[in-house]
Design a protein around this ligand. Sequence first.
Ligand code: KG4
Ligand code: ZN
Length: 340
Amino acid sequence: ALPGPVLGIETSCDETAAALLAPDGTVLAEALWSQHEEHLPYAGVVPEIAARAHLARLPGMVRAVLEGQPAPAVVAATVGPGLIGGLVVGAGYAKGFALARGLPFVGINHLEAHALSARLPSLGSPPAFPYLTLLVSGGHCLLAETRGPGEHVLIGTTRDDAVGEAFDKVAKLLGLGWPGGPAIEVLAARGDPGRFPLPRPMLGRADCDFSFSGLKTAVATLVDDYPPGPLPEREAADLAASFQAAVAETLADRAARAMAGFLSRHGRASTLVVSGGVAANGAVRAALAEAASRAGFALAAPPARLCTDNAVMVAWAAIERLAAGFGADGMAIAPRPRWP
Ligand code: KG4
Ligand code: ZN
C-alpha cells in the first residue's frame, strides 16, 4: 500500500480541481472551481482564459485541500488530452510540487480517469474488469472496453461533434445559455419529445460510432422555419425535448451495439459505465438503464459531480495505476493535448 495520500490535480479543460485521497481511495478533501463565469461572455471555453484562470486559482486550491491533512506521498496530474495551456499549468505545478518534496509524480490520461472513476470505493460495488465505458462530454464521445489500468480498447468514437457539443450548439440555436446541456434538460421537461421527428444518426449501424452534426443541422433547419427572434416557448420546449429524446435513443442504441459485441467476445455480460457531463442528463440515463437491463448489463453512472471533470478521479486513477504495477512517471513526461 502507499505510505500516504495521493494529491490529484485536474486542469485539462475549464474545471480547476484538486483532491486528496487516502491510499484506499477515501476522499480526504477536494476543491473544484468551474470557470463558467470566465467563459460565459464567449459562450464557450477560451483556451487562453482557461490557462490563466487555472494559474490564478490552482495554488490556493491545493493549499486548501492540504490544510490539516497528512502530507501527500504521491502527486498526480492530468497530462492529456486537453487544452495545452491548462495542461502545462496543472502538470507543471504538480511536478514542481513533487520535485520540491521529493515525491513521485504520476501523469494521468484524462480519459482513463473518467473510465476508472466508477471504481471509486465510496460508490460501492466497483465494476470488475473488463467493462464497457461510455464517455459523453463536451470534448469526448466514445465507447471503450476498459480491461484495466493502461488497457483500453476503443470501440467507437464520434465522426464529427461530441454529444455535449451538440447539446451546446442546439442550446445556442434555441437561445439558451451556456453550457447548454443543463438548460436543454430543464426546458425539455416541459416539452413533448414526440412533436418533432428528428433524425437518429447511426441508429442500427453495425459499428459503434457516433455522429451528431446531422441532428444539429436538422434542429437548425427547423428553427429557420420560424421568424427571426426567440422561438415561441411551446416550440422551444418541444424542440428541446425532441432533440434530447433523439440523443438519448441514439446513445442507447450505440451502447446496445457495444454490449452485444462484448457479449459475443466474452460470453458474458458486464457493466456499462457512463461518465462525462452528458451522463448527468436524466433522459440519457433512463435510456441507458433500459438498454443495459435489456442486455443483462449493470449500469454504473456515478453521481454528476464525479461524471463531470474533477480531481478525485485523477488521484484515483493514480492509485489504480500504482496498484496495477505501473511505476511513477519521470519529470520528463510531457503534456499531450492529443492522446489517442
Ligand atoms: O464532462 P464535462 O463537464 O466537461 C468536458 O467536456 O470535459 O462536460 C460538459 C458537457 C457540456 O457540453 C454540457 O452541455 C454537457 O456536458 N452537460 C449536459 C448536462 N450537463 C452537462 N448535457 C445534457 N444534459 C445535462 N444535464
Ligand atoms: Zn472530462
